[in-house]
Design a protein around this ligand. Structure first.
Ligand code: FMN
Length: 160
């Protein structure tokens, strides 16, 4: 599958926690290439999440999530949100421009080629991954310019 060139997205969601000092919320992000369009009417997309990953656990609880299609200038964002075993994503979002989705509260990355907000319609366990099918609630095009960030043969690439 490393021979299948893929676009790179950042899946995001807001995690509401009950902390000691009252409710707290943290933004969570995960780099993904296993993302695809499923249906136009109704508009459905799908992301495949490794079972037991933080995003898989979070989306089992949080039905609304965001997707930002990363541009070639956002490679550092992809690298950052693919690190394993990180404790918190709070600092990772600090220097990244984003807006908060009106329907999901999820961070939608500024300068992304496109952003979506989704609501989970179906979860399918498939081997060691969960296929999460999302109904698209909103779609925006923050940056009309710029090429996509690609992943091919284990490396980030640009087009051309
Ligand atoms: C280019 C790239 C694509 C990735 N695509 C996926 C994906 O589609 N689904 C997935 O579950 N993990 C994917 N990962 C791995 C996750 O980004 C990574 O395991 C996760 O951020 C680490 O969080 P964890 O500690 O909860 O596992 C990808 C990583 C990279 C570098």
């Amino acid at each position: 599958m490393s021979r299948l060139a893929a676009g790179v997205v950042l899946v995001t969601a807001r995690e509401d926690e009950l902390g000691e000092g009252g409710p707290r919320a943290e933004d969570v992000g995960m780099t993904a290439t296993a993302f695809m369009s499923v249906s136009l009417d109704p508009p459905l997309v799908l992301v495949s999440l490794r079972e037991g990953s933080r995003m898989d656990d979070l989306l089992a609880e949080q039905p609304r999530w965001g997707v930002s299609v990363l541009s070639e200038s956002q490679r550092h964002i992809a690298g950052r949100f693919a690190m394993k075993g990180r404790i918190s994503d709070r600092l990772l979002f600090e220097d990244i421009p984003y807006v908060r989705g009106t329907e999901s509260d999820a961070p939608l990355i500024g300068g992304a080629l496109a952003t979506l907000e989704c609501e989970t319609q179906q979860r399918v366990e498939a081997g060691d991954h969960t296929l999460v099918v999302g109904h698209v609630l909103t779609a925006t095009v923050p940056s009309a310019e710029g090429g996509p960030l690609l992943y091919f043969k284990g490396r980030y690439r640009q087009m051309g």
